[in-house]
Design a protein around this ligand. Structure first.
Ligand SMILES: [Zn+2]
Length: 253
């Protein structure tokens, strides 16, 4: 259908007797709310398709209020493997939650839409690959999530500077810390007690996660990925610090 709106469902809320409100990230109009009337009635064809993680084409009718009314739904990608894996769901939910809270309604970003779509597709493909889940899957899921978060910060314009010291601009000065307030890494000479210390493995891990395409991370095994400790430190230090300082948002892990 030519006039459809491509969208990814971020979350849904029950509304009234039988309606459903969905928060979606659309390809051309950014984040917005839509309402599916009667979607929770047993025979509704809309309800089952309006679920978090689904990529859809929505037929929308604009109303007087802020919520467009859903008249039809076509599924682009159901992400069934993702939705049936507990760990993949947890990782995916953290990404949807961050997009919900860090984006501004009605502010379009097609790169952000594609980043989220690509992330969910990869998470779905890795979730379906090797049941039952092994430790390697868990590490890969975390690596994908932290990489997604760093790339999201880049897309919305608040990526931390990792290439050189954010204070003196020196790239060879030995990075030793991170400053969320200044938005980047800090060298040994410029470091102050307020900065978060950053060991070499964590710094290298952050640079690799920022640079490496998610599609490549999705195919790597545990030994070729940053360690679980590095992933946690990058996620809770660099990513969370940047989100808190520059967007007022505390991301889930
Ligand atoms: Zn410096």
């Amino acid at each position: 259908m030519a006039d459809g709106t491509e969208a990814i469902v971020l979350r849904t809320l029950r509304y009234g007797e039988a309606d459903l409100i969905a928060h979606v990230y659309t390809r051309h109009a950014g984040r917005r709310g839509v309402i599916a009337k009667g979607a929770r009635k047993p025979k509704s064809r809309l309800g089952a398709r309006l679920e978090p993680f689904l990529a859809l084409t929505l037929q929308l009718v604009e109303g007087r209020g802020d919520l467009a009314t859903v008249r039809g739904v076509d599924v682009i990608a159901a992400h069934d493997s993702l939705r049936s894996s507990w760990r993949a769901q947890q990782v995916g939910a953290a990404a949807l939650d961050l997009v919900s809270r860090i984006t501004v309604e009605h502010q379009p970003s097609e790169p952000l839409y594609h980043l989220l779509r690509n992330f969910l597709d990869l998470l779905d493909s890795t979730a379906g690959r090797t049941p039952p889940a092994s430790d390697g899957d868990e590490q890969r899921g975390s690596a994908l999530l932290v990489a997604f978060q760093l790339k999201l910060l880049h897309v919305i314009g608040i990526a931390p500077q990792l290439a050189a010291c954010v204070r003196c601009g020196d790239a060879d000065a030995g990075i030793a810390a991170f400053s969320a307030a200044d938005g980047g890494v800090v060298c040994r000479g410029c470091r102050t007690p307020n900065d978060q210390s950053l060991d070499a493995a964590t710094y290298d891990g952050a640079v690799a996660l920022m640079r490496t395409p998610m599609s490549e991370l999705a195919t790597r095994d545990g030994d070729d990925l940053p360690s679980v400790r590095v992933l946690r430190t990058v996620g809770s230090g660099i990513v969370a610090g940047t989100c808190r300082e520059h967007a007022g948002v505390n991301p889930k892990h």
